[in-house]
Design a protein around this ligand. Structure first.
Ligand SMILES: [Ca+2]
Length: 275
């Protein structure tokens, strides 16, 4: 009887040891596979780069993409599209195309009445109504001289119309706010911190936490501009605005962004980033 009891106890002990070993083995396997499973289930979606598109209007000031970046975060920017900074010149050019074709075609190509119809335009007259030296441009902008606005550009060292990007710490501005006032209210950011996006830019790194924001390089009249001319033009236009206050047919609109108001077109920017 005692022998039988010992055998039963021994079998139970063996079963207990086997159970413990089996349980330990299962726990070890679980602990080894756990990080892999966690990695697969939670980090893969975050590792997928996010692709989104932002339209940058040529007529607006700073435009917030709504993308919040952490300092040091890398973003790929791919711009495309065309803008024009002087819409009147588009009409001027269109007016001259037919007269120029007629003028440079062999005589007899066009009937007398057609020639008379288009002969009144005069290229020797260099008034604003006849000039068309500015063109549609891509994000690299256009290198042309302005008769009195060169010093008023946001980035005076870059082409007119160049696409510019910056990270704004606060989102308390609109696309209609004076761009120099926006920079001042963001903690005295400088125009030199506006980075150009000529073409696909793979080395854009957020230099602070904030909102990815775009604007084109255009002249601004502002009391906050480092350019004296920009401040003088701002005051002059404010006075002009007052003098026209009773004039229903003549409105200046936004004084800081008045040079944006005759722009047309937009850039589309593909933004690729990871959360
Ligand atoms: Ca303009």
């Amino acid at each position: 009887m005692e022998k039988t009891y010992k055998i039963i106890v021994s079998v139970l002990v063996i079963l207990l040891v086997c159970s413990i070993l089996l349980l330990a083995n299962m726990l070890m396997m679980t602990s080894q596979s756990s990080p892999k499973n966690t990695f697969n289930s939670s980090s893969t979606p975050n590792d997928q780069p996010i692709e989104t598109y932002m339209t940058v209007d040529a007529t607006a000031g700073f435009q917030n993409s709504g993308i919040f970046l952490k300092q040091g975060q890398r973003v790929v920017l791919e711009p495309e599209g065309r803008i024009h900074l002087a819409v009147a010149q588009i009409y001027n050019r269109a007016e001259y195309i037919k007269p120029l074709i007629i003028k440079h075609s062999p005589s007899g190509t066009f009937a007398e009445n057609i020639q008379r119809q288009y002969s009144q335009l005069d290229l020797d007259d260099k008034s604003d109504k006849n000039i068309f030296n500015r063109n549609w441009m891509g994000p690299e902008g256009e290198s042309v001289d302005s008769d009195f606005l060169n010093d008023c550009k946001l980035r005076t060292d870059l082409n007119w119309g160049t696409l510019l990007a910056i990270v704004m710490p606060k989102d308390n501005f609109s696309s209609q706010t004076d761009p120099f006032e926006v920079l001042k209210n963001q903690g005295e950011l400088q125009t030199g911190q506006l980075l150009h996006v000529f073409k696909k830019k793979e080395d854009f790194v957020a230099d602070r936490d904030g909102w990815l924001t775009f604007i084109i390089n255009e002249a601004v009249n502002s009391q906050y501009s480092p350019s004296e001319k920009s401040r003088v033009y701002y005051e002059a236009l404010k006075k002009a605005e007052q003098s026209l206050s009773g004039d229903y047919y003549h409105k200046i609109g936004s004084v800081p962004l008045v040079w944006f108001s005759d722009n047309v077109g937009a850039f589309r920017v593909k933004v690729t980033y990871s959360k």
